[in-house]
Design a protein around this ligand. Structure first.
Ligand code: ATP
Ligand code: MG
Length: 643
């Protein structure tokens, strides 16, 4: 690994952090020496239970059977709303910031309660019962949160499908989990452009005969088709609904939601999360990873359609009684200052976003940031992909003015919540490292023979022990759950990612194991080469894949997206190749380099290397599932311009 910087722990004079370094080590030890005792204590602290559980955990990774707090009774919506009403009825629960910067709404906990109850009663009125699946296909308006919490209130299982997905992707997901009710809006709006949600839904539903009800939240005055039997105008319908609805008593292991993973690696899987462990894990990680304090204004820029939106816009923050900001728009509308302007407008103190956004805003120049104040900020977060040290430094120096810790959080749809991350006030920062495991998380690195590696090492990232937020199954296909996560390394949960552990015990995610390169017998992660490329001032973003090479086994093929105003040339190509060789070593020298205006990404902004691999391998006939691609045209262009 190239030379590494370490920043000491940043102490904020106004706040005593919940966890300091000694406390981290002490609590971590407790959490792994006697996990049941530790989690039992936390479950009392973070969650209100109607009835206590019978056993804290019962886990068998060899059978992919996992349960936490079985027999315990609770309701997630009660925990996210009702229990706060005593002290916080008037406190803002949700700040909504529209795509249009002149639009905002403030929803108090009392209003949230009333809206969620009305939505819950509306679902009941259309026959929805405990255990039924409800699909939610919505823009980022408060009603998406009401709908999720309403399902939780009556024990229905929600399946949120990102509003940017196509009718085809929506259809597949509705059918896979047999949803009979769909909640949508007339249209969404992002970056000033309308997204025809209802029209997409109509198209999807032409092949979903079991859907008997479509609740439509009209928010854009869009011109839409209407099916009298099936469609319900929610704003009219809710007028007759009571603002009280008794929360259903749920078992800790009753399903809470299904969420299809974003699809960077293949056919989407319906990840199933349950009630008690998930709620505990998201609440606790939200509090400690962001050092959430009572007067914070918290903003996670994810979409409700991703796990980050579930766990860290809604469930975790609301369980903690926080004020959470829901943003309808995009980072570059009306201008690339938007994020920072929203921070100033609402005094956001904790800000959580993704490397793809950070890299894009970095490429747009510092001025868009420095002209804003950002004085309210206290903690910065990153999630979704490895953050290149270059982007980390920019986030730290320019956005955070070296005064705000960055929490680089590694986790997955499957893990429910954050697994490896620094804690503000407790962890020194190393740009590009997700650093140390959260409480109760026991990572290990395995070599190809499934042997655990000690000390500084590089291998497959697995978990030795369960944690309450872990997924419980793949909807309708438990065998696939076992095969995907527990068969390759028996006795462990396999994340699918590779990682390196340094001498201080800090973890560095090197990327997905499928993406690992083997060049002349040397195993290399894509993240390291990409980070070296991004270090070069001409490069905005890079993606690295392997392709068959007669001599080396695998050759290194890089796709490079240049900074605004830069031109690709043969000289620049040679310069970049030499730059990588200098930064990492001659072994990492790219064999082929292609300039690309755009890289293929999932709708959540992750680079899809499996597609780039097909382009590099000249195997475009077998490109695989592209339904989750944000801009399908990007791929055709890459193929056309191929070397
Ligand atoms: P699919 O599983 O369908 O291919 P996906 O893995 O992209 O989709 P997610 O569950 O949203 O869907 O993403 C989890 C993955 O994102 C992790 O396995 C890891 O590869 C990457 N990731 C997330 N956060 C980080 C981080 N902080 N550092 C490095 N990688 C990260
Ligand atoms: Mg994944």
């Amino acid at each position: 690994m190239s030379e590494v910087k370490t920043y000491p722990i940043i102490n904020n004079p106004q706040y005593e952090p919940h966890i300091d370094e000694d406390t981290y080590h002490r609590m971590y030890q407790q959490s792994v020496l006697d996990p049941d005792k530790f989690w039992s204590r936390m479950a009392h602290q973070f969650v209100d239970w109607f009835e206590p559980w019978e056993e804290v955990s019962n886990v068998d990774f060899n059978k992919a059977e996992i349960s936490w707090f079985k027999g315990g009774k609770l309701n997630v919506s009660y925990n996210c709303i009702d229990r706060h009403l005593k002290d916080k009825a008037e406190q803002t629960a949700i700040i909504w910031e529209g795509d249009n910067p002149e639009q905002q709404r403030y929803i108090s906990y009392q209003e949230l309660h009333d809206e969620v109850c009305r939505f819950a009663n509306a679902l009941k009125a259309r026959g929805v019962k405990k255990g039924d699946r409800v699909c939610i296909y919505m823009p980022m308006i408060p009603e998406v949160g009401y709908a999720m919490l309403a399902c939780a209130r009556i024990g229905a299982v929600h399946s949120v499908v990102f509003g940017g997905f196509s009718p085809e992707a929506l259809k597949t997901r509705i059918l896979d989990s047999d949803c009979q009710v769909l909640i949508t809006a007339d249209a969404g709006v992002r970056g000033g452009k309308q997204v025809p949600l209802k029209a997409n839904a109509d198209e999807a539903l032409s092949s979903c005969p079991n859907v008997h009800t479509v609740m439509v939240v009209k928010s854009q005055n869009a011109d839409i088709a209407w099916n009298e039997q099936r469609d319900v105008d929610y704003n009219e319908f809710k007028k007759d609904m009571e603002a009280e609805c008794t929360p259903e008593v749920m078992d800790a292991e009753d399903p809470l939601f299904i969420l299809y993973t974003s699809g960077s690696t293949g056919k989407p899987k319906g990840v199933l999360h349950t009630t008690g462990g998930y709620l505990l894990y998201t609440a606790m990680t939200h509090k400690y990873v962001f050092d959430y304090q009572d007067d914070d204004i918290y903003w996670c820029t994810a979409d409700a359609g991703w796990i980050t939106g579930h766990s860290y816009i809604f469930y975790g923050p609301l369980a903690n009684g926080a004020t959470t900001l829901v943003f309808e728009g995009v980072p570059n509308y009306p201008s690339t200052s938007r994020f920072w302007e929203v921070i100033d407008k609402h005094n956001v103190s904790i800000f959580y976003t993704a490397p793809t956004a950070i890299r894009a805003l970095m490429a747009a120049g510092d001025e868009a940031v420095t002209k804003t104040s950002r004085q309210s900020l206290r903690v910065l977060g990153s999630v979704g992909e490895p953050i290149n040290p270059e982007a980390w430094e920019w986030y730290f120096n320019v956005v955070g003015e070296q005064r705000r810790p960055i929490v680089d959080t590694w986790w997955q749809t499957e893990t429910g919540g954050i697994m490896i991350s620094p804690l503000p006030g407790a962890t020194p920062l190393k740009p590009g490292s997700a650093s140390r495991p959260f409480f109760g998380v026991q990572p290990a690195l395995l070599d190809v023979d499934a042997k655990e590696l000690d000390g500084a090492a590089n291998g497959s990232l697995v978990m030795k022990h369960s944690w309450p937020g872990q997924m419980r199954s793949i909807w309708g296909d438990h065998q696939r759950f076992y095969d995907t996560y527990f068969s390759q390394f028996p006795g462990y949960y396999f994340s699918g990612d590779g990682a390196e552990r340094d001498a201080d015990g800090f973890y560095w995610i090197t990327g997905r194991m499928d993406d690992v390169l083997n060049v002349s017998g040397h195993r290399m992660g894509t993240a390291e080469i990409e980070s070296a490329l991004v270090l070069h001032p001409a490069v905005a973003e890079a993606a690295v894949v392997g392709y068959p090479h007669d001599i080396k086994g695998q050759g290194i093929y890089v796709f490079v997206n240049l900074m605004q105003g830069q031109q690709g040339s043969e000289e620049l190509k040679s310069e970049l190749v030499a730059h990588v060789a200098k930064e990492i070593g001659p072994i990492a020298k790219p064999d082929k380099l292609q300039f690309a205006d755009d890289l293929p990404k999932t709708r959540s902004g992750k680079i899809m290397r499996r597609i780039l691999r097909k382009v590099a391998e000249d195997d475009v006939e077998n490109i695989g599932d592209t339904s989750t691609l944000a801009e399908p045209a990007v791929v055709a262009k890459l193929i056309r311009e191929k070397l």
